[in-house]
Design a protein around this ligand. Structure first.
Ligand code: ZN
Length: 215
């Protein structure tokens, strides 16, 4: 991504190291909407769909519009604060809802994220953790990479003593084609630092995200 594109989108480069085509970044200012709409119309036509019928005539435009929306994360200021109080217990944000698009079929997968970290010298507002999930979810993704990118961001920005990220999601590309039984979900996790090396920290995190009533 060029510096100019990053500035126009209000995104700092360090927020998102992965460039368009969309693998974790906002669409460029030069997104070619006309070409995308033309291609969408061509594809529907090639699939034998009557693109001149009144109800479908505007569908290519709507397809492109909704994809653009789903692939654009709102930029935000990832302000961090010094951990003045010396808080040294786990911080866990549970049940953060997210929606993403699988990069193999361009169909939604969605679920909840659990994000925890063991603070070092810096902490971050809890709402920002949800924004980080959204930032990386709004792209063509695979769940494994999404999980790793969220953990990597927290690791980089906060330099905490440990990070744990667990994602639980349903994939429409599997459910709609009957590959998965109804209600089955895919769980992925990424552990860094103490979450990896200290089994007590990891167990505490897993207990906290499993408990229905919180701490
Ligand atoms: Zn898929």
């Amino acid at each position: 991504m060029s510096a100019g594109t990053a500035a126009k989108n209000g995104h700092a480069d360090r927020l998102d190291p992965v460039a368009w085509p969309r693998r974790g970044s906002p669409p460029p200012a030069s997104l070619d909407r006309r070409r995308a709409e033309h291609a969408a119309r061509e594809m529907l036509d090639a699939l034998g769909i009557d693109v001149e019928s009144e109800s479908i005539r505007e569908t290519p435009r709507r397809m492109v519009g909704v994809l653009e929306e789903l692939l654009s994360a709102e930029s935000f200021n990832p302000t961090t604060f010094p951990n003045d109080a010396g808080y040294d217990e786990l911080v866990v944000a549970r049940g953060i809802p997210f929606h993403s698009l699988c990069e193999h079929h361009v169909l939604p997968f969605s679920g909840v994220a659990y994000v925890g970290y063991l603070p070092g010298e810096r902490i971050v507002g809890l709402s920002k953790l949800a924004r980080v999930v959204d930032l990386f979810a709004r792209s063509l993704q695979v769940q494994e990479r999404l999980t790793t990118q969220i953990a990597g961001w927290i690791d980089r920005e906060l330099a905490p003593r440990g990070v744990g990220v667990v994602l639980e999601a349903e994939h429409l590309c599997m459910r709609m084609r009957g590959i998965e039984k109804q209600n089955s979900t895919v769980v992925t996790s990424a552990m860094r630092g103490a979450f990896q090396t200290n089994s007590k920290t990891r167990e505490e995190f897993m207990t906290l995200i499993r408990s229905r009533n919180g701490r």
